[in-house]
Design a protein around this ligand. Structure first.
Ligand SMILES: *[C@@H]1O[C@H](CO)[C@@H](O)[C@H](O)[C@H]1NC(C)=O
Ligand SMILES: *[C@@H]1O[C@H](CO)[C@@H](O)[C@H](O)[C@H]1NC(C)=O
Ligand SMILES: *[C@@H]1O[C@H](CO)[C@@H](O)[C@H](O)[C@H]1NC(C)=O
Ligand SMILES: *[C@@H]1O[C@H](CO)[C@@H](O)[C@H](O)[C@H]1NC(C)=O
Ligand SMILES: *[C@@H]1O[C@H](CO)[C@@H](O)[C@H](O)[C@H]1NC(C)=O
Ligand SMILES: *[C@@H]1O[C@H](CO)[C@@H](O)[C@H](O)[C@H]1NC(C)=O
Ligand SMILES: *[C@@H]1O[C@H](CO)[C@@H](O)[C@H](O)[C@H]1NC(C)=O
Ligand SMILES: *[C@@H]1O[C@H](CO)[C@@H](O)[C@H](O)[C@H]1NC(C)=O
Ligand SMILES: *[C@@H]1O[C@H](CO)[C@@H](O)[C@H](O)[C@H]1NC(C)=O
Length: 434
């Protein structure tokens, strides 16, 4: 599943941002009364904070006008960096003119000096006629499944400050506490030694790919994060932050890439544009789902094997945030064992032939190359099953590879996008002509 641009966080610096176009909020928490927390485009919440259902939270009686006023007062924050409220404020700041308004080092609003025009929005693709319009594009294109909060800071009962989150997901293979008190997270380098030509990018982003990478200040690190978890990270005025995602563990009843995931009978909506670029491909919700469904592992209450769906934690317990990833955890071994048995049965059912002319019309055949490719994938999966050091991520990945190996990559949006190009064993199987 590909829900965000691959270049998203690639520029996130190792040491932090010295200066920035957005003015940092003076504290790590908003000082005010929380009136309402929106989870963008999930449940009863709208895709846009200016939707009329939010009118009542603004003194103007209109969310469109109210949000405009908050922006103009430089009181709309993303990851605690204020969107410059006016063109004068933007033009007055050399950082704004150099890089634009950045969040997680992604430019959300910039000025093109050549054309003397503004671009704004989530990845500022939209050219605006005025600075105000560019800023409106920014605040109306928040990422689905993440929170935007309405605050009253002067006690009049209406919104005068808004803060929004821009966070992304990562799979955590190891956590290291450094001698100087910072933490570093390693997302793993899953099975590169055995990578074949048919495999594409296992990750779309480049963060946390080296051990001892981007240090996270202790105060910004959630120490409940452990190996095998899915976490969220973001950049704020105090540096890089990381928090554990909310685990929902239960029987995987059903799901569909880009649409929904049903755990123990509760349906969780998917969220478009949420970045999973630093999550192993096989642990992105849609891809995990495709592999589980291919091997008919879903809705198996009798087997009783739980999975975990990891969500963005949200303030209001009546809401849920974006699905970030899915993991097999302790059951990854059992799931892969079943998938290997399925693959082995399919392999055992065919005979090898150059063109099928020597194979009876009641018998299925494949070429030696096709046979060997599946045989190798099964051997690789078995090696992962046999090794005591295999992480659940590696086992989930082997399950995904077997699914790709059998069913091919072309019908799978995420796999095809990431460059996986398996033809699919099942599509190669034919009856003989002898
Ligand atoms: C929490 O959700 C409930 C139900 O949707 C809503 O009535 C309430 O205003 C929400 N509270 C906040 C702070 O968002
Ligand atoms: C421009 O910057 C100067 C110096 O930092 C500051 O005094 C002035 O208030 C700024 N003007 C605007 C419109 O932000
Ligand atoms: C947000 O809502 C406003 C007002 O309804 C609308 O004009 C604008 O097109 C919307 N923007 C997006 C990105 O949905
Ligand atoms: C702390 O240690 C980490 C890991 O060795 C290193 O990357 C980082 O630069 C250090 N940070 C400071 C502030 O010394
Ligand atoms: C597809 O897979 C083949 C091996 O079967 C490999 O040689 C080729 O480079 C791959 N093509 C692309 C576009 O990745
Ligand atoms: C398997 O492939 C078929 C046909 O190519 C496709 O319709 C189906 O959706 C694929 N299954 C999964 C789980 O991706
Ligand atoms: C799951 O299985 C139960 C029977 O055990 C069945 O009633 C239900 O329809 C199935 N749900 C899905 C989504 O397949
Ligand atoms: C096994 O091959 C036979 C023909 O030789 C075919 O009828 C049957 O459907 C195959 N079984 C599977 C599980 O593919
Ligand atoms: C995969 O690579 C590892 C490390 O090089 C190796 O130990 C293992 O045997 C390989 N597995 C297979 C199935 O080739």
């Amino acid at each position: 599943m590909k829900l965000a641009d691959a270049t998203l966080f690639m520029m996130l610096p190792a040491t932090g941002i010295a200066a920035s176009c957005g003015i940092p909020y003076p504290s790590s928490q908003i000082d005010g009364t929380l009136l309402y927390s929106v989870v963008v485009d999930i449940g009863t919440d709208a895709a846009n904070v200016t939707a009329s259902q939010y009118d009542k939270y603004f003194e103007q009686g209109s969310a469109v006008q109210g949000v405009d006023a908050v922006v103009a007062a430089s009181q709309f924050y993303v990851n605690l960096f204020a969107v410059p409220g006016t063109e004068a404020a933007f033009q007055n700041n050399s950082e704004c003119l150099t890089d634009g308004y950045l969040v997680n080092e992604v430019s959300w609003l910039y000025y093109d000096t050549t054309t003397a025009s503004y671009y704004g929005g989530w990845l500022p693709v939209t050219e605006a006629d005025t600075y105000e319009q560019a800023a409106q594009y920014v605040v109306s294109s928040m990422v689905p499944g993440l929170e935007v909060r309405f605050w009253d800071t002067n006690g009049d009962g209406y919104t005068d400050l808004i803060d929004a989150d821009f966070k992304a997901g990562v799979t955590v293979e190891t956590v290291t506490e450094n001698a100087n008190g910072t933490y570093t997270v390693y997302r793993g380098n899953i099975d590169v030694a055995n990578k074949t030509a048919e495999e594409g990018n296992t990750f779309d982003g480049t963060l946390f790919e080296i051990t001892g990478g981007q240090p996270i200040p202790a105060a910004n690190f959630d120490t409940t994060i452990t190996s095998g978890d899915v976490a969220l990270f973001w950049y704020s005025p105090s540096g890089l932050n990381m928090a554990r995602a909310e685990p929902i563990t239960g029987i995987f009843i059903d799901g569909a890439d880009h649409t929904y995931y049903n755990i123990d009978g509760v349906v969780y909506e998917d969220a478009e544009r949420f970045s999973r670029d630093n999550l192993l491909i096989s642990n992105r919700p849609g891809e995990f789902t495709d592999a589980q469904k291919y091997f008919q592992l879903t809705n198996d209450t009798a087997a009783g094997l739980d999975v975990t769906l990891w969500l963005v934690p949200v303030t209001n317990t009546t809401n849920t945030g974006a699905p970030i990833g899915m993991t097999g955890d302790d059951n990854s071994h059992a799931f892969l064992t079943k998938a290997v048995a399925t693959a082995q049965a399919l392999l055992a059912n065919v005979t090898v032939s150059a063109d099928g002319s020597d194979v009876p019309s009641t018998q299925e055949w494949v070429t030696q190359d096709v046979y060997t490719q599946l045989d190798d994938a099964i051997a690789r999966a078995n090696a992962a099953l046999d090794s005591a050091t295999s992480s659940s991520f590696l086992l989930d990945y082997q399950l995904y590879i077997l699914y790709q190996e059998l069913n091919g990559s072309s019908d799978d949006i995420g796999a095809a996008f990431a460059g996986f190009n398996y033809t699919g064993f099942v599509s190669e199987v034919q009856y003989g002509t002898a």
